[in-house]
Design a protein around this ligand. Sequence first.
Ligand SMILES: Cc1ncc(C[n+]2csc(CCOP(=O)(O)OP(=O)(O)O)c2C)c(N)n1
Ligand code: SF4
Ligand code: SF4
Ligand code: SF4
Length: 497
Amino acid sequence: IAVDIPIWQPDNCIQCNRCSYVCPHAVIRPVALTEEELAKAPEGTKTIDMIGMPGMKFAITVSAYDCTGCGSCANVCPGKKGEKALVMGNMEANVASQDIFDFGREIEVKPEVVAKFKPETVKGSQFKQPLLEFSGACAGCGETPYAKLVTQLFGDRMYIANATGCSSIWGNSSPSTPYTVNVKGQGPAWSNSLFEDNAEFGYGMLLAQKAIRKRLKEEVETVAASAEASAEVKAACQEYLDTFNCGASNGDASDKLVAALEGCNCETCKDIVKNKDFLAKKSQWVFGGDGWAYDIGFGGVDHVLASGEDINVMVFDTEVYSNTGGQSSKATKTGATAQFAAGGKETKKKDLAGIAMSYGYVYVAQIAMGADFNQTVKAIAEAEAYPGPSLIIAYAPCINHGIKKGMSKAQTEEALAVECGYWNNFRFNPAAEGAKFTLDSKEPTGDYQAFLDGEVRYNALKRANPEKAEKLFAKNEAEAKERYAYLKKLVTLYGEE
Ligand SMILES: Cc1ncc(C[n+]2csc(CCOP(=O)(O)OP(=O)(O)O)c2C)c(N)n1
Ligand code: SF4
Ligand code: SF4
Ligand code: SF4
């Protein structure tokens, strides 16, 4: 589908994995190979010695057929001494890269590599298999890189309740689905609720799991207390019970428990084994766009966040209803043109993060990947680890914005948005020791009006009605200044105790 695809220039590669991190379609991936694996690789496979893993080889692989040619990877590639390690080149001339990608895709994720670089870092996360790949999202889409990253971190044990919108369309155009499974057959369990009530839908999933796991826990306690249980069985039961609420280790403990109970003939053990899929603590996610979270499904989002339950809400904020053609939502900012706001939206963006933070016990983050790669993965990891409700609002450039530089620069646009103060990155972590609120965005220095001018959604108003544009754009900028001042006050309010 692409005319040009990225061609890897190994000599310029610093092995940062940013290309893979931002790829909306999981098309470009790093592979860590042993010498034995490399010996079996297709002809033409290029590798370099892997930094930090003596004896291991590193390769960047590209699926020629699945690449959309968006150029986002090459855009973020830092390369070396001003020379990029990814250069866009003709797809047909480089189609052989498909075989190398297919070979690399079959190589199992190496736990020692993930552990060495830590999964909750930009580099380490990309050695994990994306469990969302080759979706039908637009070239350069701002939404999918976030969702893909979540599946890399928790996809082997996650449930997703999806709102209707772009994320349900690129997320599942039945009968095909871009969500996939790892070698163990584990992948995200995904379902969609048509009428934008998926916060409630995801809450239902969570309550159902809780009820089933409560019953299974009681059964495990019964087995652990039984006089007939062997020491091995008792130890496996205890490990399961000790890690019951810990997602990262409860999966392993569940596998061990099932292995220990498989030979047992009592009805309780048989029931536990029969329900093995439900044993492990799951990571419950609720995905959707701003039309869902700010507008139609807001009551549900609010209710679920208020519940105090361990649930993670991810909002892909494109500041419009993207999938239905770009209607204005309460996330649309002053002066932006959109359907239902053709003359420029007159009112300011709703502060969804502020509403959620007012509870005090909700983890809340605003992220923009291209502005701060590290902050994005940090926030996602913190939100998941927080044992209560979490809300992540992710700034997502979209074709509806009309970015003048093109969607290949979507990640750069995120950086510009933060630099000028149009968007702010921060984290409010009720569980943090010390400062609960962290303002990750630096004091804005960028040219605000130039940023607005770089997108057709704003620029169109300037062309149609310059006087009104001037007024509304000035209001938009003033609102951004007020918002930053408010965020700075939160730093003081929730600073070190
Ligand atoms: C109650 C209800 N009203 C209207 C719709 C129609 N609808 C389907 S997708 C969509 C837009 C969703 O926009 P957003 O939530 O911003 O997600 P995006 O497409 O931007 O990712 C709407 C309004 C619906 N599904 N449910
Ligand atoms: S050009 Fe776009 S789709 Fe292709 S590998 Fe790069 S980021 Fe992925
Ligand atoms: S972004 Fe560039 S330098 Fe970094 S891993 Fe990819 S190809 Fe190498
Ligand atoms: S319309 Fe926007 S949000 Fe939807 S897939 Fe395209 S770029 Fe992504």
